[in-house]
Design a protein around this ligand. Structure first.
Ligand code: G6P
Length: 578
């Protein structure tokens, strides 16, 4: 089990644990990497067990928050991936019914719920418990004295690997490849009962049949779940990241009291700070705040702000950082806190230094991002900003309702973009031969042009620049011509006409041209050499679908050029120096 967990650390590595059933259920867990846990556990025996490696979403990395989680009687033990969105009311009710909780996690409600419904049949108890649960999950349940593991999934992956008088369950193929290549993929809603010799399935209250597949991956390939690079895997994880990040909390609760005060006419100004890709999320955030709240807002590079940033009285600061460790962001937060400003952090890493310094931390649920080039963390950051700002939006109720609906549909819109991957890869083959590529956008898609250029330069080493399209004629025009392709992001908002004018200007100067337009928009068909359509969304959400196209484009260009995509030269994932 520990070997298998080691191969799953790319999914999370802030804590881990195992539970084994023999004369009792023994649980060993801690906020350490798998290798350290391995050294710390005493020798023991058992032929039934479950294990987990965690990436904190609810509750900091700690021994008590690590999985497996157990019910009160120490008889029901559970590992869980995903997010239980309604865990708070469930937990409250279970506490009233006498259940004692030991962790801050959402996952711990599952063993307690199963315990509540257990009346001699573990599978039935799991089925009943899951009927109360809202959210995403892949769970494996072990009951004391049982010879079967019960597993279930919804929106989180889970597989069964078949062996000879032994069977395995795992969230991904890399975990089990050393032991088996015969795999069954669970489907949404499946509940599986797995013993050493038998596997059976139920779905929607009826028994179900699932097909066995042969996995042809080499062990090395499988570590990336069959994707050639972590970056591509992370791009493809984005629909799930969106689901997990917005979850059920959309417009529930009171996300940020300070913003409420501001939206009601307080005196504060809003400052959004970040570096790199996170800064582009900050820039998109600025447009979102302006559109939805109509408040004064600045988006600044933390590295510049530290030397020149003027702090206006009563500034509320939002610091965006995937790693939570970026030195310039940390410095900026200290500078703000020294003069008494409140700082809210949006980060992907619970317990990171930024989250410890900030007054309030909002966690993005992107999961560990291995590839140096940020992709899914950017989309998750945007999701948090949309959620926050839509909560306090001062727009017509009808528009508010439409935006909420569209935000809920974002995961499927991104999945639609991913379906276009082969078309985008074809375009990449064409662009890969150039040495300079320009990206242009306007308004809320200006930062997307910057992000498209950043993605491309960092992984393909092509010189790429992003421009506000209206600025081309103030200098960049001098560079245009047949060797300088331009990618234009055309949005169906107030900038549409102006953008078309800019695109005509580009074409007139002989640059090869590709455009990104919404489905049904044929306005660039006669101008552009290539047109990529993205799903129709409210212009406010267009950065999400457009960015995913540009991530795929950068990835495939870098792939054609044979670059080391996940670990580009001279770059680091986490920049802990000024
Ligand atoms: C590095 C990474 C980028 C990232 C930037 C900011 O440069 O390579 O991908 O956008 O740092 O990192 P942060 O963790 O603060 O978001």
């Amino acid at each position: 089990m520990l070997n298998c967990l080691g191969h799953l650390e790319y999914r999370g590595y802030d804590s881990c644990g195992i539970a084994v059933s023999n004369s009792s259920i023994q649980v060993y867990k801690d906020a350490v990497r798998v290798a350290e846990l391995k050294k710390a556990i005493p020798p023991f025996e058992g032929s039934l067990g479950i294990g987990h490696t965690r990436w904190a979403t609810h509750g900091k990395p700690s021994r008590t928050n690590a999985h497996p989680h157990v019910g009160c009687q120490n008889e029901i033990t559970v590992v869980h991936n995903g997010i239980i969105n309604n865990f708070l009311p469930l937990k409250q009710k279970l506490i009233e019914e006498g259940h004692a909780f030991s962790s801050e996690t959402d996952s711990e409600v599952i063993p307690h719920l199963i315990e509540k419904y257990y009346a001699g049949d573990l599978e039935k108890a799991v089925e009943r418990a899951l009927a109360d649960v809202k959210g995403s999950y892949a769970i494996i349940v072990m009951g004391y004295g049982e010879n079967a593991l019960i597993a279930a999934r919804k929106d989180s992956p889970l597989i069964i690997a078949l062996g000879d008088h032994e069977n395995y369950l795992a969230s991904d193929v890399p975990a089990i490849l050393d032991y088996s290549s015969r795999v069954i993929y669970l489907e949404d809603g499946d509940i599986a009962t797995v013993t050493a010799d038998n596997v059976s399935f139920r779905n929607g209250g009826k028994s179900a049949k699932r097909t066995e597949h042969k996995v042809h991956w080499s062990v090395e390939e499988a570590r990336k779940s069959g994707y050639e690079h972590y970056m591509l895997k992370e791009i493809h994880e984005q629909p799930n990241v969106i689901r997990d990040t917005i979850g059920n909390w959309l417009l529930d609760g009171e996300p940020l009291e300070d913003l409420k005060r501001m939206s009601e006419g307080g005196m504060e100004t809003l400052l959004i700070l970040a570096c790199g890709t996170s800064y582009h999320a900050a820039m998109v955030g600025k447009y979102i705040v302006q559109e939805l709240l109509g408040l004064p807002v600045r988006a600044e590079l933390a590295s510049e702000f530290n030397y020149y940033g003027r702090i206006l009285p009563e500034t509320l600061a939002i610091a965006i950082t995937q790693s939570g460790e970026t030195a310039d962001v940390l410095l900026a937060i200290k500078k703000l806190k020294d003069v008494g400003c409140r700082v809210v952090a949006i980060t992907n890493v619970i317990g990171s230094r930024v989250s410890r310094l900030a007054d309030r931390t909002i966690i993005t649920r992107a999961g560990p991002e291995i590839s140096v080039a940020a992709t899914k963390s950017f989309i998750a950051q945007l999701m948090v900003i949309y959620w926050l700002m839509m909560h306090y939006a001062r727009v017509e109720p009808k528009r508010q309702a439409e935006l909420v609906l569209q935000l809920r549909q974002m995961a499927s819109r991104v999945a639609q973009v991913l379906d276009k991957e082969s078309e985008i890869a074809g375009l990449a083959t064409y662009f890969a031969k150039y040495d300079d590529i320009f990206f242009i956008g306007r308004g809320i898609n200006y930062p997307v042009a910057l992000e498209g250029a950043l993605k491309l330069k960092e992984i393909s080493y092509i010189h790429a620049e992003g421009f506000a399209a209206g600025e081309l004629k103030h200098g960049p025009f001098a560079l245009l011509g047949p060797n300088k392709p331009v990618i234009g992001i055309v949005t169906n908002d107030a900038t549409h006409q102006a953008m078309l004018t800019n695109i005509r200007e580009v074409k007139a100067r002989g640059s090869p041209l590709a455009t990104l337009v919404s489905e049904g928009d044929d306005s660039t068909d006669t101008l552009a050499d290539f047109v990529i359509t993205v799903p129709q969304v409210d212009p406010l959400f267009s950065p999400v679908v457009n960015t995913v196209v540009l991530q795929l484009l950068a990835y495939h260009i870098a792939r054609v050029r044979g670059c080391p995509i996940d670990f580009p030269k001279n770059l680091a994932k986490s920049v802990t120096v000024e």
